[in-house]
Each structure stands twice: as C-alpha cells, then as structure tokens.
Design a protein. Structure first.
Length: 279
C-alpha cells in the first residue's frame, strides 16, 4: 500500500509531465509514452561525482590556495544554467564547482539528464549533492546512478569537503539523515594533507527538511573535523549568511539559478573570502 507521501510524489511527477508538455510525452498513433515518472533507463554519462573528484584532487594536489563556485537549485531553469556555465567558463580562477542540489523539480530522469548535459560543458570539474526535489518519484535512484552516493567527500589542496544528504523529511525519518555513521567514518579517515574542512549540504539546520532533533549533534560532529572554515547549502533559493549555532561557523546559501548569481569562494593560508557574483 502506498504511503501518503508516495501519493504526493506521484502527483508531483504527473504534474511535471503536464507542465513540461510535449517535451515529456511523445506519441505517434497508439505508441507508448516515452517518459514516465519512474523511468530508470539512464542515457549518457553516469558516476559523474567519482570521476570528477579524481580530477579535482589531482588538479589541486599540493595547492595551499583553492577556489570554487557554488550553485544550487537549477531545477527547471535550463537557460539560466547554461548562462551560469558560460559565466564560470569565462573565468580562469575557479578550480571546481559544487552544486548543492535540486537539479530536478519532479525527480524525473529527463530533468537530471538535461542538467547533467549542461553542467558537463563546464571547463572545470563539478560535483552535485542530493536535493529534496531530487528525491521525488525515483529521483534518488536516478541521482545515485548519474552522480553517485548522496554522502561523499573529497580533498582539494589542503581542504577536505564533506558533502551530505540533509533531506530528512523526504526519508520519513526512516534512516539517519544526516548520516552520523558516515561522519564518524569520515573522522577516522581524514587525509593527512587535509588541514581545513568545508561542509556542504542542501537543506540547512532549522529548515523544514532538516532533522532538527539532532541539529546540535550534527553541529558537534562537523566541528570535530580539522579547522572547519564554513558550511554551504542551497534549498532556500536566496543568498543568506547565517551563524546557526553561535559558534563562529558561518553558513552561506547559494541562490537558485534563476536569480542569475553564484557564490565564488577562495580559501587561502590566511582564511577565506567569498563574493556573490551576478551573471
């Protein structure tokens, strides 16, 4: 029997089909519908995060200063995503890009493929996190195939990046989100070259998606990593600066891509700088 949330996911996905119209449904006479909400027949490149992480780590090895662009919530804004890619490609001071989730609006395979194909035009490697909209229908399964695990990490120069699934509401609290066991394991295996840490997520603490029953536990775990610099997130569709726990750690949110802006971060031996960049 379907849970209530599953019915909602089906309705969201069907609404997506309706809104996207003829680009989703292709009929010739009595032929079958080409796309449906639970299509898992992935076309094109898969396992992108792992491959791009290898590229990030190789290209930044030994560097004490790194820089990256933060984008999020590209969803159905394909033209704006293309413009963001072009704007980032116009620079020569970005090592990689982090996408903080919500590549899709309705969790449909075609949405992920369309965004992937645009992001693949970046001149630098990128990684993508899981957003709450990406969990609709079979979106999580599509995300896992195209991009990889929803919890992962990498090291750029001397900075370790922890990338987390924080969409607890989408999992009905049936499993640990954020995954504290993943964080425990990460703490045991911090690379020796990692002197600093950045934590990335989609939904921030104290949002409706986050499991706020364990917000303080989450804070405790992430502050155990070497020299936590700051945290980044998406979800709220606007640029924000917050100090959620009054511990000196700032949280920065990337605007949704239709706001036509991204955040540029540079991390140096003396600290970090950031800039909201309009394109």
């Amino acid at each position: 029997m379907f849970k209530k949330k599953q019915y909602i996911h089906v309705l969201h996905s069907l609404l997506g089909c309706f809104l996207l119209g003829s680009t989703i449904i292709v009929q010739t006479g009595c032929d079958m519908i080409e796309y449906h909400p639970y299509d898992l027949n992935i076309e094109g490149e898969t396992n992108i995060n792992e491959r791009n992480i290898q590229s990030i780590e190789a290209s930044t090895a030994g560097k004490q200063s790194i820089s990256f662009a933060l984008i999020s919530d590209t969803q159905r804004w394909y033209d704006e995503t293309e413009d963001a890619v072009n704007a980032i490609n116009g620079r020569n001071d970005i090592d990689f890009v982090i996408h903080c989730g919500d590549l899709s609006d309705f969790g449909m395979k075609m949405e992920f493929e369309e965004q992937r194909d645009r992001l693949n035009r970046l001149n630098v490697p990128y990684v993508c996190l899981l957003g709450n909209h990406d969990c609709l229908a079979t979106g999580k399964e599509v995300f896992n195939t195209i991009f990889g695990n929803e919890n992962f990490s990498f090291t750029a120069g001397d900075t370790h990046f922890i990338c987390l699934n924080t969409n607890a509401l989408e999992f009905d609290y049936s499993e640990a989100v954020p995954n504290l066991l993943f964080l425990e394991d990460e703490l045991k295996h911090v690379p020796p070259q990692a002197k600093k840490t950045v934590v990335a997520m989609h939904a921030p603490p104290y949002s409706e998606q986050f499991n706020n029953n364990i917000a303080k536990v989450f804070q405790y775990y992430i502050t155990q990593f070497p020299s936590l610099q700051f945290c980044v997130y998406g979800h709220v569709h606007s640029f924000n600066e917050n100090e959620f726990f009054d511990d000196g750690i700032m949280y920065y949110s990337a605007p949704s891509i239709n706001k036509r802006s991204y955040i540029y971060f540079s991390i140096t031996p003396n600290g970090y700088d950031y800039e909201l960049v309009n394109f």
